[in-house]
Design a protein around this ligand. Structure first.
Ligand code: MET
Ligand SMILES: [Zn+2]
Length: 749
């Protein structure tokens, strides 16, 4: 059989691409240097795949910023405001991705959105009334020629017209249907050019097909391709999907004139059922995505072999479930991972090896590979913690309920720690000055001892508490001066996680993340935040809020285990945080907040699966953290970065004593009112992502609007997220005005 992949990581083995793009922007290298470095990365990527034994290589999977933006730029989907700058094509492209300084100020970049349920963000193309869809770029052709010259059997890949259209935002007065003809003509032009260049195949990525297309969506898809496919000439078309199954579209796809379909057998729960029940045409090739392209574990060869043997399909190409973009490049770069865990792990390069091994086994070659692989799955990994698994088994419904109802709790909480109406607070972090950053850096470089760092941090916290008291805030925080990163500060203190040295993945633009790996059962072994929080509480009479990163954010931003459901790891983390919360409580902390910015990031793509696939257990996981707290302890949840109006019923079931939500969505307030939301809320009074000062008057107006819709009794007053992103002066001014506005309102109600 033939082996291929959908795409390979492009950030570079040593983050060469990130460094080069950033160097280009700081003008330390030229456009020609940047192009040369990019070409080297592409060449190395193809060479790696070819040397691993992959038969057929994708091209144009490379991108400086994002493949959706590349496709938009290729077809001239460039909003007027960027066209007008009259920059070179490269700089126009970068202006759309990063924004740019103009004579009249900073022109912000295109908006971003989350790419399926991954951590990757793509740029949202815009279609306005003056958009002329036209093949104006040359990138895919240039890269195809480049690969061909190097002697590779290359298959150009590109985002398909349906996904591009569905993921674009129409900013003018036209309708989707007004753009179809333009899209068809432009893609037909692309077909023609590839045909002329001697490409035999073209991969059109249409992952939007996994997002439960409606009848109208399917009609749109059919309309586009019925017009387009007759123009393919000699070219063969692979319709590639990923991130789930295409149950709604399957029947239609097998009847259309595609030469091959690429389907996801990993996240696509019903992919195999579709094929078994509806068959697969003999005249098409199935690109079977059987190797997981987004998680870091070795493939179970036997499982895949069984699956392939079951398939009633004549022509199969072995492939990955999605692009390998979501994986670090190679395990080889890691020197500190324990020896016994290495055989279980597979980053991008090891996934290539998996594909080739499966192909060998199918052909009856190298049977020893199967035996070695089976060892991994037939034996325990030695990562169990029986104390934790037993604790999980003994959970009962009482573990998901607090000792009393919220209404009762409110009374005892108010008696234990009285707070004024409209209590004011912050989310946890305070601004980082240059001195704060230097202190952390000096500690990391060993220029400060642990004791020196701690004492300096303690002084800083003390100053921050004084500042908060001066501002008149009601519930204080430590300011998080001892913290680096809300994820690693927690997972490094729990047992059960693995950490890498160089395993970076691209999240958006040239931003990268280094997600931890959940290796085994997760347990709390020692207090994490207790010393710092209790020390802060010693310094003030006002209540200090303990702030923890929530269980769902910790699991959703890690590589999950494949040997147990995500629910199990999430529950284990919740129990660990329950222990931490208990330790805080016994050390005099009466308000505890968990931060859940990633609350909905693993939500199933189909709405019909939201409860069964996620919320049914996610709600319990959060409630588990709080269930053992005294009724006198206030349990708060903070969420940000996302939209919430469509999940208010879920948020209300979390049984928090207060929920702080970023309130960028202008419809949120009315939605809370209409939903008869019962949990007290703190709606972000100002935006911590923007250096913008709010006037006291606007804050008063905002508060009044909230009071009108929700009543004054159940409202908190706080910014929309932590303050660490803001310059100190701006943050303090905004806080001062927030408190002043609150006091004004208290006087009049
Ligand atoms: C992304 S949510 C961040 C919450 C954290 N406690 C902070 O204040 O920075
Ligand atoms: Zn936040």
């Amino acid at each position: 059989m033939t082996t291929t992949i959908i795409g390979y990581p492009r950030i570079g083995r040593h983050l060469e691409l990130k460094k080069a793009v950033e160097a280009y922007h700081s003008q330390t290298i030229t456009a020609a240097d940047l192009n040369r470095i990019a070409a080297q990365i592409r060449q190395q990527n193809w060479q790696t795949q070819a040397q691993a034994g992959i038969d057929w290589l994708p091209v144009n999977d490379f991108s400086y910023e994002d493949q959706v933006l590349d496709t938009a730029a290729l077809f001239n989907l460039i909003p007027q405001r960027f066209q007008q700058l009259q920059l070179s094509p490269l700089d126009t492209y970068f202006a759309m991705a990063r924004g740019t300084q103009t004579a009249t100020g900073f022109l912000p970049p295109l908006k971003m959105a989350t790419w399926f349920n991954t951590r990757y963000g793509y740029f949202i193309p815009e279609l306005d009334d003056s958009t002329t869809i036209q093949l104006t770029g040359t990138k895919p052709f240039d890269e195809f020629k480049e690969a061909k010259q190097l002697g590779y059997h290359a298959r150009p890949t590109i985002i398909g017209p349906y996904t591009l259209l569905k993921f674009s935002r129409i900013t003018g007065t036209q309708k989707i249907s007004d753009y179809i003809e333009g899209f068809v003509a432009a893609y037909a032009q692309l077909f023609k050019q590839f045909d002329q260049l001697g490409a035999d195949w073209l991969q059109l990525d249409e992952p939007a097909l996994v997002l439960a297309p409606t009848k109208a969506d399917l009609a749109l898809f059919r309309h586009i391709y019925t017009a387009l496919l007759p123009q393919k000439g000699q070219l063969k078309i692979l319709l590639q999907t990923a991130y789930g199954d295409i149950r709604e579209a399957y029947a239609q796809l097998i009847s259309q004139d595609f030469d091959a379909l690429g389907l996801d057998f990993v996240d696509g729960q019903q992919t195999e059922a579709c094929i078994q029940e509806q068959g697969f045409p003999d005249d098409k090739i199935l690109f079977a995505g059987i190797v997981n392209g987004r998680n870091v574990w070795r493939t179970n060869y036997q499982t895949v072999l069984n699956q392939l043997h079951r398939l009633p399909v004549k022509h199969v190409v072995l492939s990955t479930s999605c692009s390998l973009l979501h994986l670090p490049i190679s395990l080889k770069s890691e020197t500190t991972l324990p020896e016994h865990v290495r055989p279980y792990l597979a980053f991008a390069d090891e996934k290539l090896a998996d594909l080739v091994a499966i192909n060998d086994l199918l052909a009856g070659r190298k049977p020893a590979l199967l035996l070695v692989n089976q060892q991994l799955f037939n034996h325990s990994r030695g990562a169990e913690n029986t104390r934790v698994t037993e604790r999980l088994q003994t959970l009962t419904s009482a573990d998901y309920h607090r000792k009393s109802e919220r209404a009762v709790r409110q009374q005892v909480q108010q008696r234990a720690v009285p707070l004024p109406m409209l209590p004011t607070t912050t989310i946890g972090s305070f601004p980082q000055t240059a001195a704060d950053q230097q202190r952390k850096m000096a500690f990391k470089q060993g220029k400060l001892t642990q004791a020196q760092f701690q004492s300096a941090t303690h002084k800083r916290m003390q100053a921050c508490l004084t500042e908060q008291t001066k501002l008149g805030l009601d519930v204080l925080v430590t300011g998080e001066y001892d913290r680096d990163d809300m994820i690693s500060d927690f997972d490094h203190q729990l047992s059960g996680f693995l950490f890498t040295e160089h395993a970076w993945i691209q999240t958006f633009g040239t931003y990268c993340a280094q997600p931890p790996i959940i290796w085994g059962d997760i347990a709390w072994t020692h207090p994490i935040t207790v010393a710092e929080t209790a020390a802060a509480q010693q310094l003030t009479n006002r209540p200090v809020k303990g702030v923890l990163t929530g269980p769902l954010t910790l699991v959703n931003w890690a590589y999950p285990r494949e040997d147990v459901p995500l629910r199990v790891s999430a529950t284990q983390i919740a129990l660990a945080l329950q222990d931490e919360a208990h330790a805080l409580e016994t050390n005099g902390i009466h308000i505890i907040q968990i931060d859940e910015p990633a609350f909905r990031s693993q939500l199933p793509l189909r709405r019909t699966d939201w409860y069964t696939g996620y919320f049914n257990w996610a709600i319990k996981v959060i409630r588990l953290v709080a269930s053992r707290l005294q009724s006198t302890t206030r349990f708060h949840i903070h969420m940000c970065y996302d939209h919430y109006t469509d999940i208010l019923d879920v948020l209300d079931q979390l049984d928090a004593d207060a929920l702080s939500l970023s309130a960028k969505d202008p419809t949120l307030l009315d939605a809370l009112h209409d939903a008869h939301f019962t949990t007290p809320v703190g709606l972000g009074m100002f935006d911590t992502a923007q250096f913008k000062l709010s006037t006291t008057d606007t804050l008063v107006t905002k508060l009044q609007a909230s009071i009108k819709q929700l009543g004054p009794e159940h409202l908190w007053v706080n910014p929309d997220c932590g303050l660490k992103t803001l310059p100190e002066a701006d943050a303090l001014t905004n806080l001062e005005r927030m408190v002043r506005a609150t006091k004004q309102i208290r006087e009049i109600i």
